[in-house]
Design a protein around this ligand. Structure first.
Ligand code: ATP
Ligand code: MG
Length: 270
């Protein structure tokens, strides 16, 4: 029996969130409360929920950047207590080093892992190609559009071949057309690499397009209202799936769930 099974973690899950609660301000702000969720190996789990319900906070707890107030997060059979290099996080704001070239930005976490030079070169070139930026290897971030910068962020995370990718509204700050292009690229990459991923978004369409399952969170103190199996086969084509009855049924259902959670003020869900 391996370590994960011994500790009661289902063998097909990468991360397990058990009865997790996170509060701020000596308990005055309760983000999520008593949250239970297991992320299956190789799945893309999308999370949607009202602004301020604690989605970013949850990712930061999973990543070990901040501790839970109570409960536990188990990653590969071990309780998360500090950042783990087997996870990679991509944020809405690209987070690139402005003084490093595209190539150096992607290489940076690999150098931190003390990877051999040849392996770094091979990986950086491979992932640059995967996101279509081979000809921008020597460019600096300020010379790139927002969509291109986000591709660099994506390549940098993927190049570490993480067991778990944590994506916090990664396409939230690019225009609508670029967003669709990035979604299609990410879909292709995740279908090819079977990358386990938690993907936070405010867009229902994005969640359906990318997700194998979609977790809908309630307003604070938040809970998982429903965990929905998307059941639209992959590979997916973004244009054709929109015509499916299942797509529209999901869209309406998630919309209704989110509307029932709406607070008087907050960011709209599109
Ligand atoms: N470091 C902190 N100190 C105090 N309160 C915090 C801290 N981080 C987050 N919060 C509070 O926790 C709540 C959840 O914030 P969080 O950023 O996780 O929400 P979110 O669901 O990601 O929202 P959005 O959809 O707008 O990104 C908010 O009320 C926020 O003010
Ligand atoms: Mg957030």
């Amino acid at each position: 029996m391996n370590g994960a099974a011994k500790q009661g973690q289902p063998l097909d899950s990468t991360v397990q969130i058990r009865d997790a609660t996170k509060t701020f301000g000596c308990g005055s702000v309760v983000t999520f409360q008593g949250l239970n969720l297991a992320v299956r190996r190789n799945e893309v789990l999308c999370l949607v929920g009202p602004s301020g319900c604690g989605k970013t906070t949850l990712l930061r707890c999973i990543n070990g950047l901040i501790p839970l107030t109570s409960g536990s997060i188990i990653f590969r059979g071990q309780e998360v207590r500090r950042p783990n290099p087997a996870m990679a996080m991509v944020f809405q704001q690209f987070g690139l080093f402005p003084w490093k070239t595209v190539w150096q930005n992607i290489a940076y976490p690999l150098r931190l892992r003390r990877m051999a030079g040849g392996e770094i070169r091979e990986r950086v070139d491979r992932y640059l190609k995967m996101v279509g930026l081979e000809s921008f290897a020597q460019a600096f971030p300020y010379q790139l559009s927002g969509g291109m910068q986000q591709r660099v962020g994506l390549a940098r995370a993927l190049a570490t071949t993480p067991d778990l990718m944590l994506m916090d509204e990664p396409f939230g700050s690019v225009d609508a057309q670029t967003r669709e292009v990035l979604q299609a690229e990410l879909l292709k990459i995740t279908e090819k690499q079977r990358q386990t991923m938690i993907f936070i978004t405010h867009s229902i369409d994005e969640a359906i397009a990318l997700g194998d399952r979609i977790g809908v969170m309630s307003a604070r103190p938040s809970k998982l209202v429903e965990l929905i199996e998307v059941r639209i086969p992959k590979p997916r084509d973004l244009t054709t799936i929109r015509a499916l009855a299942r797509y529209n049924e999901l869209r309406q259902h998630i919309w209704d769930l989110l509307m029932s959670q709406r607070q008087p003020r907050g960011r709209e869900v599109s």
